[in-house]
Design a protein around this ligand. Sequence first.
Ligand SMILES: C[S@@+](CC[C@H](N)C(=O)[O-])C[C@H]1O[C@@H](n2cnc3c(N)ncnc32)[C@H](O)[C@@H]1O
Length: 331
Amino acid sequence: MRVIEFFSGIGGMHFALKECNLENFEVVLAVDINTVANAVYRHFFPSTNLRDLNILSLSPEQFDAYRPDILLMSPPCQPFTRNGLVKDINDERTKPLLHIIENLIPKSESLKYILVENVKGFESSLARDKLVTTLSQSGFTYREFLLSPVHFGICNSRLRYYLLAKKKPLDFAISLQNDIITENNWDDKLCSRVKQVSDVLSESETELEEYLINDKQLLKGGKALDIVTKNSKRSCCFTRSYSSYLCGTGSVYSSLCEENIKEIINDNDNNLEVLKSLKLRFFTPAEVAKFMCFPVSDFPVSKKKAYQLLGNSINVYVVSRLLCLLLPKNF
Ligand SMILES: C[S@@+](CC[C@H](N)C(=O)[O-])C[C@H]1O[C@@H](n2cnc3c(N)ncnc32)[C@H](O)[C@@H]1O
């Protein structure tokens, strides 16, 4: 099976494919325009044909020359993010997706399987309507999902839209087209690796001083913190701005126990001294990668870049379960 991975970033889709334990696949082309992401991708997958390209520059003929069976893609999500401007198909960043929908998918002779990932909000966009119209006209059947890693027993939220498509006469064994599947309600096993925060923690807390949240950050964003401890069974979605901003970018960690934290916060106002006593720190990029079920932790870029790239990426386990649903077991 020949795979094309568009908007390949740091290779979350490639890791998910490997996680499926399907032996007979090759990523024949990965494409991304971000050279920093591409350096990380090359670090993890040095032998993959990764091109530093704008997808808009790929012609249908060039695309089809790779004879792809499978297309995996997570297009930019900013045009569809609910707390953004929601410019949808009028956003410049949607252009490469529209090119794929209008020019590449309809003209491909070989494509049989497609997986698309995006943010919640995409399901009600005009881009999604164009995508499913093209898929139907090109002979595909599809299923749509809104899933979070928490549906798989993973202690991290990341609610995302997914679309799986198969070329007819291939079909799905699960539910009808037109229903968005909103939880893991097919016969699937739960992930046993990242059930609580302690499952992602680095071995030695003492070497993590550089991750402590400084007074300036605490003063600015301390009131909006989402604090988790080693026994927490949940954490917030990590975004690309993690560690640059505190509010809504992902959970922070305290090595105190939950009861102590509640006591300290309840007895006092959320003032600086109280927050400082919690010894709050950011999760390291390696820990964030574990929350997102990446099997690797060595990102050959700065901390800030690693957070940005991970924040743009996917939960590898969730996508691997979806790929197992999409692809035949013995190909
Ligand atoms: C949501 S991220 C995908 C992340 C990826 N799935 C991963 O695991 O890291 C979107 C990616 O699309 C890339 N991108 C945006 N516009 C592009 C274009 N016109 N051509 C190629 N890549 C593009 C960005 O550089 C970014 O890496």
